[in-house]
Design a protein around this ligand. Structure first.
Ligand SMILES: [Zn+2]
Length: 96
């Protein structure tokens, strides 16, 4: 992840430790993954043994970790950073 926006240069980590909060969002993503994978395994696998559930959840969580990590930070920025998206900001900066 970029430390600053490559276009307008805004610093994403608005205060030290800002992204600790993203861990809670990431945790929520993981819990949602557990529930969805658990239900899918139950329904598709006709209620297999416990180790099958564990393996399915571990594999899916590992596969989705990169996107979960980024989307939790994106959500954190949108919800709590106070930084807004200004489509024209880069153009304005280019003119001055
Ligand atoms: Zn920017």
């Amino acid at each position: 992840m970029h430390k600053c926006c490559p276009v307008c240069g805004v610093r994403f980590e608005v205060e030290p430790g800002f992204f600790f909060g993203a861990m809670y969002i990431s945790y929520a993503f993981s819990v949602a993954t557990f529930i969805i994978c658990g239900l899918a395994t139950y329904l598709l696998g006709n209620n297999p043994e416990v180790w099958v559930y564990v393996m399915v959840v571990i594999v899916v969580v590992l596969l989705t970790f990169p996107s979960s990590f980024r989307y939790s930070r994106i959500l954190m920025l949108h919800l709590f950073s106070g930084i807004g998206y200004e489509p024209d900001a880069a153009d304005k900066e280019g003119q001055t």
